[in-house]
Design a protein around this ligand. Structure first.
Ligand SMILES: *Cc1c(COP(=O)(O)O)cnc(C)c1O
Length: 229
């Protein structure tokens, strides 16, 4: 049941509306930008409310926090978007539909090996560390093409595209500049792997720039669920 007075339902509707307006403003096809609701640190109940309001895909960063939600909630699509440790790949491969944060061959190999044969292939994006920040995960730009070739050859993965979390920039112009760089890398990868269709860029604070530069998935948490404490 949709409760239109719930703040999460209201914020979700507003975010969807914003996305539709930005699609129109930047000549993007209607519905070409998918909203991923980032539910990290949010309680199960918040995810339920968002689902009741029509949201189907959710992003989580921390496996141990995500598993109880995944087990309790039926019918959602789960995207892993956090840093990946080797010892967690089996459970990530088993419980998620998408992984946005593949950044090295060893992790890709394990995810493919551990994805069960009776599940659909695991959809993956490569995370690129576009600002070369030592604190952040992500493959370097130099390693990206080889990593894409490696992932595309793995039997239980479906390589879908690219994800990035640029360092914060203040102006729309600066945000667009870095997203344009990422889009260029994406286009180059598409030349080698024409089936790539996913550019996962943009969060609550840089949604407009991301949609202007070709995002197909935007990942928003605070815009939907409010500030994290
Ligand atoms: C937390 C997080 C988001 C959502 O960020 P908001 O600013 O809350 O919209 C998106 N992507 C990743 C990888 C995150 O860790």
């Amino acid at each position: 049941m949709t409760d239109s007075t719930n703040p999460i339902a209201t914020a979700l509707a507003a975010t969807r509306q914003t996305i539709r307006e930005l699609e129109a403003r930047y000549q993007r096809a209607t519905g070409s930008v998918q909203l991923l609701a980032v539910s990290k640190t949010r309680p199960l109940e918040a995810v339920r409310v968002a689902m009741d309001a029509g949201q189907q895909s959710f992003g989580e960063n921390y496996l141990d926090e995500a598993l109880p939600k995944i087990n309790a909630i039926e019918g959602a699509q789960w995207h892993f978007i956090g840093a990946i440790q080797s010892r967690k790949t089996a459970r990530i491969a088993q419980h998620f539909d998408w992984v946005h944060s593949v950044d090295r061959a060893k992790i890709a190999q394990r995810l493919s090996d551990q994805r069960s044969a009776n599940q659909a292939r695991l959809n993956v994006c490569l995370q690129v560390n576009i600002d070369q920040e030592s604190s952040k995960s992500g493959a370097s730009v130099a390693d990206l093409a080889a990593l894409a070739d490696f992932c595309a050859a793995l039997p239980r993965l479906s390589l879908r595209g690219l994800m990035a979390i640029p360092a914060p920039r203040q102006t729309l112009h600066e945000q667009r500049e870095v997203f344009a760089q990422i889009r260029k890398l994406f286009t180059e990868l598409q030349n080698q792997h024409p089936s790539l269709d996913t550019l996962s860029i943009g969060m609550s604070g840089d949604l407009e720039a991301a949609i202007a530069e070709g995002a197909t998935i935007v990942r928003t948490g605070t815009a939907i669920f409010g500030n994290r404490c």
